[in-house]
Design a protein. Structure first.
Length: 441
């Protein structure tokens, strides 16, 4: 049995525990299950894309891609259609560019195929390994702040403001109050080193949400929408709906490039950030098994396009499971299993409000700040690009932009201070492409 588990998931009895991987898988699922509600809502803006079909496609994409990660890459990372790319799909490609959703799905499919080729040839690995260690550490810390900000914003602890863009919300009531209570409970459990503290915190906060009202609706924050059990809706209206007559157009080239560009660097940032927390990064900053991680991500994108949804990518919320001790593909397997079950029990998992998952995101984000101490802040050639990576990532709400600006500033800082010979050829090429991207915006 032990040998089977090791071959299947990289699970080593004595080093790993099934219970720990189970709890970690559930934690990851709960922190990213919001996509099952958000994705159908976004796609409902488009005609002939039924919310029920999109829900099923979203869940299937998560299940299949995460299983590939579990059995092939053997890492505790979960995948699902990515936030940001779904908005680009709907609001930019379909609404602003006046393209059909079939056109956009074709672009996602092509991007996924290119992704598979890049992963198979190890070109993507070469790109990632060419990033200096200081930038990788900055990316890890930046990702931590990024997901913490997602949690703060999603729970209304941080809200929009006309004069300062953001400000603190009303933490005396509603979702913000519930999230604050959740942070206190989960934080105490972590301090006491309670196994599964993040998961327990999510459940405790969800239950408390039954007794706290949302001022906007006057209803309890935690509520069941029902029905408790229902059969998944067919994906036939959106399955394999491609528009082949547009694949040689300039618009297709632009859309494919944008999908591919954002997919590569958002995934790269996520993998680097979560891998730091999981201990998958060696002394040289290289990530164990990164080739298989990228291939799983690429296969997930291809399958997601076939099923009828936007780019499937590795989720930064995987850090929640890693924070609860997940270290092998068994964590991903359990996450996929919960996504499969969620297809039947949508009313149950949707009852977990964002204010209950926000404490997990915020506190895991805190944990992911650890790599920042590895940056030499007294060496400005290293410190300036690292700081810009973190700052831009948070202030632009974009992992990709943080990485791009960090790489550009690294090359310019070294080149302008007499250290051009220390810059790798790959970094030169990448920075030139990044500058071109911004120049053509």
């Amino acid at each position: 049995m032990a040998e089977i588990l090791n071959k299947a998931f990289g699970f080593i009895p004595g080093m790993h525990k099934i219970r720990t991987e189970f709890v970690a898988g559930f934690s990851t699922f709960l922190t990213m299950a919001y996509i099952l509600a958000v994705n159908p809502m976004i796609f409902s803006e488009l005609p002939d894309m039924p919310k029920g079909a999109v829900f099923t496609a979203t869940a299937l994409a998560a299940v299949v891609s995460t299983l590939v990660m579990a059995f092939y890459a053997k890492k505790p990372f979960a995948l699902a259609p990515g936030m940001g790319m779904n908005a680009f799909f709907v609001y930019t490609v379909c609404i602003s560019m006046h393209q059909t959703w079939q056109f956009a799905l074709t672009a996602v499919l092509i991007e996924g195929i290119i992704f598979v080729i890049l992963s198979a040839t190890k070109a993507r690995t070469m790109i990632v390994n060419s990033i200096p260690a200081s930038l990788k550490n900055a990316i890890g810390a930046g990702i931590g702040l990024f997901i913490a900000f997602i949690g703060l914003q999603g729970s209304h602890i941080v809200v929009g403001a006309s004069s300062t863009l953001v400000t603190i919300g009303d933490i005396s009531q509603g979702p913000a109050l519930l999230a604050v209570i959740g942070i206190i409970i989960t934080g105490a459990l972590l301090v006491l080193k309670v196994r599964g503290g993040i998961l327990i915190g999510i459940f405790a906060t969800t239950i408390i949400g039954l007794f706290i009202k949302d001022p906007a609706t006057g209803e309890a924050i935690t509520k069941f929408n029902g029905p408790l059990v229902s059969s998944p809706e067919s994906i036939s209206p959106i399955f394999c709906k491609f528009e082949w007559n547009s694949i040689l157009t300039l618009d297709m080239l632009i859309v494919v490039f944008t999908f591919l560009f954002n997919d590569i660097f958002n995934t790269m940032g996520t993998v680097i950030g979560v891998s730091h927390k999981a201990g998958f990064v060696d002394g040289q900053g290289n990530i164990d098994g990164i080739d298989r991680i990228f291939m799983a991500d690429a296969i997930g994108t291809v399958f997601g396009a076939v099923a009828g949804t936007s780019t499937t990518t590795t989720y930064v919320e995987s850090a929640a499971g890693v924070g609860d001790g997940g270290r092998t593909g068994m964590t991903a397997f359990f996450t996929a299993l919960f996504f499969a079950v969620a297809m039947l029990f949508s009313g149950v998992f949707l009852a977990v409000p964002s204010s209950a998952t926000a404490p997990a995101l915020i506190l895991v984000g805190m944990m992911m700040m650890e790599p920042v101490v590895k940056i030499n802040w007294t060496e400005f050639r290293e410190a300036i690009p690292a700081f810009l990576t973190i700052a831009v990532m948070i202030c632009t709400y974009s992992i990709a932009d943080g990485i791009l600006i960090g790489c550009i500033s690294y090359v310019l800082t070294y080149a302008l201070t007499g250290k051009a010979k220390d810059i790798s050829l790959t970094m030169w090429i990448l920075s030139a492409l990044f500058i071109l991207k911004y120049a053509l915006l």
